[in-house]
Design a protein around this ligand. Structure first.
Ligand code: AMP
Ligand code: MG
Length: 415
């Protein structure tokens, strides 16, 4: 296992080459469980929608030609020939000179080619008086005019929201084929870390990473499996990792990747199988000790223990891979241009990601400045941030007054 710090770009490139991130598989789900899933196949309609030509108004189904010449001054008299009930096949046929009463949504009876609105008619017994002409097809939604049988309604890759689920329901699908959610095992390490739900013993801290990372996995369309906290002990860690690999598509660990005497994670991960550790440290800040392995085709990301570094490295390195395993396309992170309110420095020789806040000054200029807590161990650094700026390792500093790109964690408020 080598220990050479790769540059950010080298690390990204090596990860792409070492691991092909294609969707992990497909499964059938009921449409009641389909929300936010991704279609793994085109959806083709087995039926016409609407399944029959139907009236879009309340009125009378007629032969359009029978109404030609009708006006307010000179109505045309048609013979009432029956009633078309909604939800049933029509029992009447409209012959020349006749009209069938029809309601919105009811099927157009044979013989009719238009519907005249009840407002333009009056009725006396068996006589219907029509005061306006209608052209053929007026007030009719033709069979298959919304969706034709055999038509592709939704394309593979489409994320299913309420609108898409409506289209599936319209064509009567009870199940759809979607990409399986990648299973992501999440392990925390460190003797000082304890699970939530206890009173903190002296010297201990709550497990933050298992929870931030699990939520981040769900945000990428994955399924997080929290395997718990492991002490800095090689054999236990190895057994836990073997189980994690056997039961998941991706493994995430946090902690134990630095150069402390109990930082065993890289060495244990490397012993799990081939090719083992491919990235052992990246010249970035935060997140320098990031370690990435591939074991029998599955990626193992060993993130730093520091919660901000850990979540940030997830965002930059894990998220794009996970999205693709879930069949999702990696979307551009939203960004805005803002003016540096103060000078900002990168860590020497490292691609530096600085958490920032945005604010408008009096003349409406958007200003960007580092989050005031700035401490690398503070979890609130990321909670307080509006976004981050990326400062190249080749740059000496970003001068106050320069315009730079700010990547946004959340939507920008109006000035
Ligand atoms: P390490 O990378 O194990 O040296 O950890 C770096 C820092 O992150 C230490 O202060 C740890 O106590 C802290 N840390 C490690 N794991 C977690 C975790 N799961 N939740 C919160 N803090 C952690
Ligand atoms: Mg540790």
């Amino acid at each position: 296992m080598f220990r050479r710090l790769l540059s950010f770009d080298e690390a990204k490139q090596l990860l792409e080459q070492s691991f092909s991130s294609v969707p992990v598989g497909e499964e059938q789900v009921s449409i009641s469980d389909a929300y936010d899933r991704v279609l793994a196949q085109d959806v083709v309609s087995p039926i016409d929608i609407p399944p029959f030509s139907r009236s879009t108004v309340d009125g009378y189904a007629v032969k359009a030609a029978d109404t030609f010449g009708a006006s307010e001054d000179k109505d045309i008299n048609l013979r009432f020939c029956g009633h078309v009930a909604i939800g049933e096949a029509p029992a009447v046929t409209v012959e020349e000179g006749s009209a069938a009463e029809i309601v919105t949504g009811a099927p157009l009876p044979d013989g009719a080619d238009a519907v005249i609105m009840v407002e333009y008619t009056s009725r006396q017994g068996e006589n219907i008086f029509v005061r306006r002409p209608v052209a053929s097809n007026t007030n009719i939604m033709a069979k298959g005019s919304d969706i034709l049988k055999g038509e592709t309604v939704l394309k593979k890759g489409r994320i299913l929201g309420s609108r898409e689920i409506g289209a599936l329901a319209a064509i009567g699908l009870t199940d759809v084929t979607v990409y399986r959610r990648p299973k992501v095992a999440v392990l925390s390490t460190g003797g000082e870390v304890v699970e939530l739900g206890t009173v903190l013993p002296p010297g201990k801290i709550f497990d933050i990473n298992a929870h931030t990372l699990s939520a981040a996995v769900v945000e990428c369309g994955g399924e997080a499996i929290n395997l718990g906290i492991f002490p800095d002990e090689k054999d236990m860690l190895k057994r836990a990792l073997e189980e994690a690999l056997a039961s998941s598509d991706v493994v995430l660990t946090s902690g134990g990747v630095s150069v402390g005497p109990k930082d065993f994670t890289p060495q244990v991960v490397d012993s799990l199988g081939k090719p083992g550790v491919i990235i052992s440290g990246v010249a970035v800040k935060p997140g320098k000790p990031l370690t990435i392995a591939v074991v029998e085709g599955k990626p193992v990301f060993s993130l730093p223990g520091n919660p901000t570094s850990s979540l940030f490295m997830f965002t930059v390195f894990v998220r794009p891979i996970l999205l693709r395993l879930a069949g999702r396309t990696e979307e551009e992170m939203p960004k805005v241009k803002a003016v540096a309110a103060q000078k900002m420095f990168p860590a020497r020789g490292r691609r530096t990601f600085t958490m920032v806040n945005l604010a408008y000054n009096k003349d409406g200029t958007l200003l960007v400045s580092p989050v005031s807590t700035g401490l690398s161990g503070a979890i609130t650094t990321m909670t307080k941030a509006d976004g981050f700026v990326e400062i190249s390792e080749k740059q000496q500093f970003v001068d106050a007054g320069t315009e730079i790109d700010v990547f946004l964690f959340k939507k920008l408020k109006k000035p």
